[in-house]
Write a protein that binds this ligand. Structure first.
Ligand SMILES: Nc1ncnc2c1ncn2[C@@H]1O[C@H](COP(=O)(O)OP(=O)(O)OP(=O)(O)O)[C@@H](O)[C@H]1O
Ligand SMILES: [Mg+2]
Length: 259
C-alpha cells in the first residue's frame, strides 16, 4: 500500500520445518517491509499455517532464521552455528510484536468483547485499566462494534467475533499482523465485514501477512502474492501478475481450481 518503506519488519530466512520425518517447509525465505501486505496462497497441506506459526514461534524450526523488527526471534546461535531456543519468557515478549488472527476466533467465552480486548494490555503490558478501557472502546469503534462492548462472544455473529479478535490483537500495538484464513470459518454473509476491516487496516499502513482463499481480497489489497507449493515458494509478484500471468505450472493449476 501507500505507506510502504524499505524497513524490514518480518524476515524469514531459509526456514526448515519438519514434523517427524516429514519435511514441511523446505528452506523458504520471505521479507516483508513495513506497511506491506503479503497474501500467501497455496493448496491445502502446502504449509501455509505451518509457516505462519513458525514466524510467531508457535512451532519449532529445524533451521533458518526469523527476525521481527530487526530482532532475532526465539533463537540464539551457538558458536558452532547450531540454534538454541530462547527462554519461553523471552519468546513471549517477542511474540507481542506480532498480532495473530486465526480461523477460529478463540475469544475468551466468559468475557465480554471489551473485557477480551483489555485482558492482555492490562495483564501483559501493565496498561492502567482506565487507559486500556479507553483504548479498547476506540478499537471496537474502529472495527465497527462500538455498540457491542458488553456482549459476550456467544451473543455475537462469527464475523463480529472475528472483528473483536482483530481488535484484541491490535490492542497489543503489534508491529505486524498475521492472519490465517480469518474468514474461512464464517457464514458467507459475514465474510465481507471482516475483509473490510482488514482492508482498512492495510490502508492505515499495518504490515500484514494474510493466508486466505479470498482471491478478490488478494487482488484488491495485496502488494505481493506469494505462492506456496509443497513447502516451497514457487512464485511471487504483484497480484495482477500472479492472477493474470502466472508463470509456474503449479500456480496455474492451483488458480484454475480456486478461481
Ligand atoms: N502438528 C502436526 N504434526 C504433524 N504434521 C502436521 C502438523 N501440522 C501440520 N502437519 C502437516 O504439515 C503439512 C502442512 O500443513 P499446514 O496446516 O501448514 O497446511 P496449510 O497449507 O495450512 O493447509 P490448509 O489450506 O488446509 O490450511 C500437512 O501435510 C499437515 O498434515
Ligand atoms: Mg492452514
Amino acid at each position: 500500500m501507500a505507506h510502504q518503506s524499505e524497513e524490514l519488519i518480518i524476515e524469514a530466512l531459509d526456514l526448515h520445518k519438519s514434523f517427524g520425518d516429514l519435511q514441511i517447509l523446505k528452506g523458504i525465505s520471505l521479507q516483508v517491509r513495513r506497511g506491506e501486505v503479503v497474501v500467501l496462497i497455496g493448496a491445502s497441506g502446502s504449509g501455509k499455517t505451518t509457516f505462519i506459526r513458525c514466524i510467531n514461534l508457535l512451532e519449532d524450526i529445524q533451521g533458518g532464521r526469523i527476525r521481527v523488527n530487526g530482532r532475532a526471534m526465539g533463537y540464539r546461535e551457538r558458536s558452532d552455528g547450531s540454534l538454541v531456543r530462547d527462554s519461553e519468557r523471552n519468546i513471549a515478549r517477542q511474540r507481542r510484536d506480532i498480532g495473530m488472527v486465526f480461523q477460529r476466533f478463540n475469544l475468551f467465552p466468559h468475557m465480554t468483547a471489551l473485557e477480551n480486548i483489555i485482558e492482555a494490555p492490562i495483564h501483559v503490558l501493565g496498561t492502567p485499566r482506565a487507559e486500556a478501557l479507553e483504548q479498547a472502546r476506540g478499537l471496537l469503534a474502529r472495527v465497527g462494534l462500538a455498540d457491542k462492548a458488553s456482549h459476550y462472544p456467544s451473543m455475537l455473529s462469527g464475523g463480529q467475533q472475528q472483528r473483536v479478535a482483530i481488535a484484541r490483537a491490535l490492542a497489543m500495538k503489534p508491529q505486524a499482523m498475521l492472519f490465517d484464513e480469518p474468514t474461512s470459518a464464517l457464514d458467507p454473509e459475514t465474510v465481507g465485514e471482516v475483509l473490510h476491516v482488514m482492508k482498512e487496516l492495510a490502508e492505515e499502513g499495518m504490515t500484514m501477512v494474510v493466508v486466505t482463499h479470498e482471491m478478490g481480497f488478494a487482488r484488491e489489497v495485496a502488494d505481493r502474492v506469494v505462492v506456496l507449493d509443497q513447502g516451497e515458494f514457487i512464485e511471487q509478484g504483484p497480484p495482477e501478475q500472479i492472477f493474470s500471468r502466472p508463470r509456474h505450472p503449479r500456480t496455474r493449476a492451483f488458480l484454475s481450481r480456486v478461481l
